[in-house]
Design a protein around this ligand. Sequence first.
Ligand SMILES: Cc1cc2nc3c(=O)[nH]c(=O)nc-3n(C[C@H](O)[C@H](O)[C@H](O)COP(=O)(O)OP(=O)(O)OC[C@H]3O[C@@H](n4cnc5c(N)ncnc54)[C@H](O)[C@@H]3O)c2cc1C
Length: 433
Amino acid sequence: MVRTPGADDDGEFPAPDVERLVSDIDLAPFLGRAVDPTATPLTDPVPVSEETPPLLALRDLLTDPRFPELFARALRAIDPDFREIFPRDATGVLGEFVRAMSWALETVENARGDRAEVERVVEFARHLGVDHRKLELSTRHHERFGEALTDTLRHLAGRGWDDRLATTMDTAYRVLSTALREGAAAGHGPARVGATVVEVLRPTRDVVVVRLISDVMLDYHPGQYLSVLTPYTPGVWRRLSPSIPANPAGQIEFHVRDVPGGALSGSLVRGVGVGDRWVLARPLGMLDVDRTEPFRDVLMVAGGTGIAPLRCLILDMMRHAYNPRVHLFYGARHPGDLYDLPTLVDLAATAPWLTIQPVSESDTDPWWAGARQELPRTLHRRQTGTLVDVVTGWGSWADRQVLLSGSPEMLRATVRGMVAVGTPRENISYDRP
Ligand SMILES: Cc1cc2nc3c(=O)[nH]c(=O)nc-3n(C[C@H](O)[C@H](O)[C@H](O)COP(=O)(O)OP(=O)(O)OC[C@H]3O[C@@H](n4cnc5c(N)ncnc54)[C@H](O)[C@@H]3O)c2cc1C
């Protein structure tokens, strides 16, 4: 209701009086740079030697353990948008920024004028720029990011900051932000696509199967993963692999496991509900079945929700009349964790080229896992052991194209174990964690 001065007198402030009152309060100390963490000098700045080349001095400032926390606060202070763009705990993502930026500074320093080496760094930044399209950054964001970065490094250097560092930083950041913007401009397809959760299944206590319809079709290749932003942990992007191929109806399915201690997965698994809105971006990834003739048979090894991209590839193969033989090892800790087995058995029933080998580390389910569902019958009986032990127990699979998908630990163990029994390393493909 709009109120006019003196319209009534029921004890509330008339609207214009409220505005006057608020405008009399000096809000400056509560806003923007007043909370800038770089405002007070450090008692123990990072030592900067004049002997150190400026690019390496900047790297030393960046890799100071105080940098991520100070930079996160400087970003939040300089532009409120960064509070939404970055997660509340931004140390993880800023840690990645530090690793990439220090690699870039060192590589350019060591290039000693070698243009090809410098171009490698610029190309990497362009590549990153394509991925950053999902963040919808404006020129102002790039400028503010650069200002916060320079402020934080200057703050860490204290009295050691000089014109030499300021000029080098200015040039390095201009090159970086230009490459990022060039990359973003070159990207094609929608930068991000909204999607609505339409169904949630809970096949085990720690896995959810989430079905969504995207606002427009997102064209990914089977086996690729997407960058996903959910409402459960704002600003936290994670990679998830669709378990069904892209289709004109925009239907997408993800399988997500609760990783203890993780930033997103726990709140997603507990909190996801029908009607939630997610943001999906940028299909990426290398998992693919090589269909060059003559076909090389395929070995697939999936741990837990790592089944998603491999099952997507299998579903896609079912559209072809003729396929290489696929031997799929599907493993989990307990037999009851093999939640996707019923679907896989249905697929194998109509795909004579597909064989499924269930594997679990233990023979029985723990009491707290709830009532045991009978596992469907597969051609090969379930074997007990870790995936790597069972897979390598069959031999070296040296004649196969090998596709792996699972936790970082499972990937490491399986690659190491397979190479040790004679699988050529170049035959093994997986997307790096
Ligand atoms: C290419 C790719 C595709 C992926 N696809 C899927 C998918 O389809 N479904 C899915 O559930 N997850 C998938 N992930 C993992 C996912 O991106 C998240 O890392 C995971 O959901 C945990 O997120 P988080 O924020 O809870 O924990 P994070 O903060 O990301 O990670 C916490 C810790 O757990 C480790 N970790 C990450 N994933 C696993 C895992 N599966 N098992 C054990 N430890 C793990 C991380 O290395 C880190 O040390 C994929 C990852 C990659 C790289």
